[in-house]
Design a protein around this ligand. Structure first.
Ligand code: NZQ
Ligand code: ZN
Length: 389
């Protein structure tokens, strides 16, 4: 295996009832808590009442920061940072999905940093020398795995750039993960989130090295688990076993464990993020459109891995097929799964209204160094064109 350093500082409390049991204890050292959430789902499903009740009972000063919408913006980060400074917040409690968690990670840094965090940490990778405000998260929608890493994906609307960085100092101090909190997530969002999890695993699996390594074996098990449990959760959204598996799959895909020793691709994420910057589309849906087309472009460069994917993840037997045919059968199985779970298949469906927009999107995509086949902007445009309608 390649050399690596592994650290993950987030303490996880997982399971039904974990918020009631552990939240008061985890916020004990802090007098003023910023209670951050999204567009209001937490008020409808009762999570807000439960969390606020625990904070009140513990005697905390509560500073509310609400209205963090999907694909969080740098402007929203700045709003949160000013509020945190003005009200002398001691810690941030993010209650939501990836968007709320990511926004709060950036706020935790912006609140203690004098410069422009976009320029210094998101536009280019930087080194965080300050200590961000402590952050705890309560996950309400599974998928991104943001709860167990230091990654935060932020959109700069002025510059039309959506980009993520993973700074270990931004790992939440704790993550409370109660699968029943995800029951109220609309099915379409649940599917999109779980596809995001699957995509994180594939982006890591389809990258060098290809020699025998435990990360690839773990990823095959994880992919099969996501596929099986997503089917079960679509049949019954309140299937606790399915929802808890999907929730932990999401964390496992992004808590750095499977990335050890792997180069990691994430070119589809580069493309989807720019798609998001231009269309504000749901992250998982954008990925579902792009990924099968991308894999048709690159499978020849990682053929043995694509063959493994077909056989070990989708259970496709060789039956006289060549390696190439088998690899393509695996990509086809992925495409059929996208259809089966009801995700879109074209860029038109996720909000690209004109084919002519694609060039600007393609030209603004980052180029991954870890791909089996390093892309050019022309190839990205070709792929986006194939997915258009
Ligand atoms: O805003 P509210 O009203 O809360 O509604 C949200 C939102 O509309 C709703 N929702 C969340 N929990 C709910 C619920 N509705 C009912 N019941 C609940 N319990 O779900 C909608 C989507 O939420 P959002 O947080 O945007 O979804 P997701 O978790 O998919 O996060 C997407 C963001 O995360 C970034 C994406 O790019 C995107 O900006 N990512 C973050 C990553 C990371 N930090 O590691 C990695 C990913 O690759 C990804 O890029
Ligand atoms: Zn993702």
């Amino acid at each position: 295996m390649n050399n690596f350093i592994f650290q993950n500082s987030t303490k996880v409390f997982f399971g039904q009832g974990c918020v009631k049991e552990y939240l008061a204890c985890m916020v004990k050292p802090f007098a003023t808590v910023m209670l951050a959430y999204g567009g209001g789902s937490v008020k409808k499903n009762g999570i807000y009442r439960e969390v606020r009740g625990i904070l009140e009972e513990a005697g905390k000063n509560i500073v509310e920061f609400s209205g963090i919408l999907p694909n969080p913006t740098y402007a929203k980060v700045q709003e949160g940072a000013s509020l945190a400074r003005e009200r002398q917040v001691d810690m941030i409690l993010a209650v939501g999905g990836g968007s709320v968690m990511d926004c709060c990670k950036a706020v935790s840094l912006a609140a203690v940093y004098r410069g422009d965090i976009w320029e210094d940490f998101w536009a280019h990778p930087g080194v965080i020398e300050n200590t961000p405000l402590p952050l705890g998260v309560i996950v309400t929608a599974a998928g991104t795995g943001s709860e167990c890493n230091g990654g935060a994906v932020i959109t700069n609307e002025e510059k039309k750039i959506k980009t993520g960085r993973d700074y270990p100092k931004l790992n939440p101090q704790f993550a409370l993960m109660d699968p029943t909190y995800t029951y109220s997530v609309p099915v379409r969002q649940m599917v999109s989130g779980s596809y995001d999890t699957l995509s994180h695993i594939m982006e890591t699996y389809f990258s060098a090295p290809n020699e025998d390594n435990v990360s690839d074996d773990i990823m095959e098990a994880l992919m099969k688990n996501v596929i099986r449990n997503l089917r079960a959760a679509i049949r019954n959204p309140e299937d606790y076993t399915a929802r808890s598996n999907l929730m932990w799959d999401a964390a496992m895909a992004e808590n750095r464990v499977i990335k050890m020793g792997k180069l990691c691709d994430f070119e589809c994420h580069n493309m989807e993020h720019q798609l998001g910057a231009y269309t504000n589309c749901s992250h998982g849906s954008g990925l579902a459109v792009i990924q099968p087309a991308y894999y048709r472009h690159i499978y020849k460069y990682g053929l043995p891995k694509f063959v493994r994917f077909a056989e070990n993840v989708w259970g496709i037997s060789r039956r006289g097929r060549t390696d190439e045919e088998l690899a393509l059968a695996g990509v086809e199985a992925l495409e059929e799964f996208v259809q089966e779970i009801g995700l879109p298949a074209t860029l038109r469906e996720v909000g690209v209204s004109e084919r002519s927009q694609l060039k600007e999107i393609a030209d603004s995509c980052g180029i991954s160094a870890g791909s089996y086949k390093k892309m050019t902007h022309e190839e990205i445009l070709e792929i986006l064109n194939e997915c258009y309608e």
